[in-house]
Design a protein around this ligand. Structure first.
Ligand code: HEC
Length: 431
């Protein structure tokens, strides 16, 4: 008796839902279960929103979006690529690194259960699908007003039929007196196609019109990498004791990485960097140094894992670290760098990215010192699935192994120059 009654009650509850209007049915099947909804809102939609950003190929907003054919492989559904990419250490989604175990379990569990529709509106998660740790959220905040704008002579127009392009332009600042750069602020114009931006200071001028530059060699211009932006990236502000000196004709090159996987027509971009500079010089000049290696060869269909030691020369003095940024190109799998003090004292971690993630390059703020006699140890590892050997270089198909360190005061030994640590470090296979 009792169970029959209960069955009747369940049927009654079901009837209104089944008999709803067509629109109800539509939104019902479009709805995602609330736990899936909140993972996607918090970790994916700053790029995969209703209008995808930063080169993301498709929205991940409705259940229909997840069941639609994938852009890169229409024989699969988006959800099939989602469950692959959220576990892919080499090319993780989100690009900043793997989700937590709990979040992975939610997406995996939903796929394994056959992607059932959610039943109703979910409680707001507070994230609103917007910011969520990077990508959205407006321009990065700094405590100064930028006064030097690095922008292209004209916007770059991304061709509809090109999925991926590296584009460069140059800016020359003509300064009548020495100034200090105190902050580097990425300025993102068209977030639909912009994927990364790099800022170099070079010794020669580069054309002001933006143009493809994937094969060009910025190293030839003695390019010093000053900043890297990827979605969610922040500005770098120097501490009040130091500024990056610029003087006379100062040449910058901005390199953009665009991604147009949706073949959008007429996408234009004028992204660049805004710099805060001051003629009210700070007590110290800051400088950057690339610790690591600039001589190596990663065999075709092979791998390389090496550890390189560079000893700070005697007589150099002692230095304060402001920030460090590990940097490799797309074949990298691991990078880590440590200062090993010559006397007593704890090793200083300059950053470790394992697995290496090309899409998440940042300056780590570091408050530490190093001095003559200390050793900077950098480990890099790569895998090369291609059929040609890969060597050091600044072209996008070459590789890198650097921990860029921003520090002050600059090393002034007579024999010192920018590439010295990379050229003279002692490298051996990682034990
Ligand atoms: C910072 C921006 C960003 C975030 C956050 C992000 N993605 Fe992506 N996603 C991209 C970009 C750019 C691509 C295209 C390049 C690539 O495939 O790596 C992409 C591609 C993908 C693809 C491949 C689609 C295809 O057709 O090949 C999947 C699947 C995916 N993302 C899922 C996710 C999921 C799931 C999340 C959240 C857990 C997420 N992404 C978070 C930027 C992002």
């Amino acid at each position: 008796m009792n169970s029959t009654l209960r069955l009747a009650a369940v049927l009654l509850l079901l009837v209104p839902a089944c008999g709803g209007t067509e629109t109800d049915l539509g939104s019902e099947s479009a709805a995602l279960p609330c736990d899936v909804e909140s993972v996607l809102a918090a970790s994916c939609r700053q790029c995969h929103g209703a209008s995808p950003k930063f080169g993301a190929p498709a929205p991940l907003v409705t259940r229909g979006d997840l069941l639609a054919p994938a852009v890169s492989d229409p024989s699969k559904r988006m959800i099939d690529l989602v469950t692959a990419r959220i576990h892919d250490e080499r090319r993780p989604m989100p690009p900043t690194g793997l989700l937590s175990e709990a979040e992975l379990a939610i997406l995996d569990g939903w796929a394994a259960a056959g992607t059932p529709a959610g039943s109703s509106k979910c409680e707001a998660t507070g994230e609103g699908g917007g910011g969520g740790g990077g990508g959205g959220g407006g321009p990065p905040k700094v405590h100064c007003t930028p006064d030097l704008t690095l922008e292209p002579a004209a916007p770059y127009v991304m061709p509809k039929d090109v999925a991926d392009e590296y584009v460069c332009y140059g800016v020359t600042a003509r300064l009548d007196q020495k100034r200090h750069v105190t902050a580097l602020v990425p300025r993102i114009d068209n977030s639909t196609i912009l994927h990364h931006a790099l800022l170099y200071k070079t010794e020669e001028a580069w054309p002001a019109e933006p143009a493809p530059c994937a094969g060009s060699d910025i190293a030839f211009l003695n390019g010093q990498l000053l900043a890297v932006w990827s979605p969610g990236g922040q500005a770098l502000e120097l501490p009040p004791e130091a500024g990056l000196p610029i003087e006379g004709d100062t040449h910058f090159v901005v390199q953009m990485h665009y991604s147009n996987l949706r073949s959008l027509d007429g996408q234009q971009d004028s992204s660049g960097y805004d710099l805060c500079t001051t003629e009210d010089l700070r007590p110290n000049d800051a400088a950057t140094v690339p610790f690591g290696a600039s001589r190596f060869e990663i065999p075709a269909h092979g791998a390389l894992d090496m550890t390189c030691d560079y000893k700070i020369p005697e007589g150099a003095g002692s230095f304060n670290v402001i920030a460090a940024m590990p940097h490799m190109h797309e074949l990298g799998t691991h990078i880590s760098s440590t200062i090993l003090p010559s006397g007593s004292g704890e090793p200083v971690d300059l950053g470790r990215v394992d697995p290496w993630n090309f899409d998440n390059q940042v300056w780590y703020t570091i408050d530490a010192t190093f001095k003559e006699g200390d050793t900077v140890r950098t480990r890099c590892a790569w895998e090369n699935p291609g059929s040609t050997d890969v060597i050091w270089g600044e072209r996008t198909n070459d590789e890198m192994c650097y921990s860029f360190v921003m520090y002050y005061p600059p090393i002034t030994l007579g024999s010192w120059s920018w590439p010295i640590p990379g050229l003279t470090s002692l490298c051996a296979p990682t034990p």
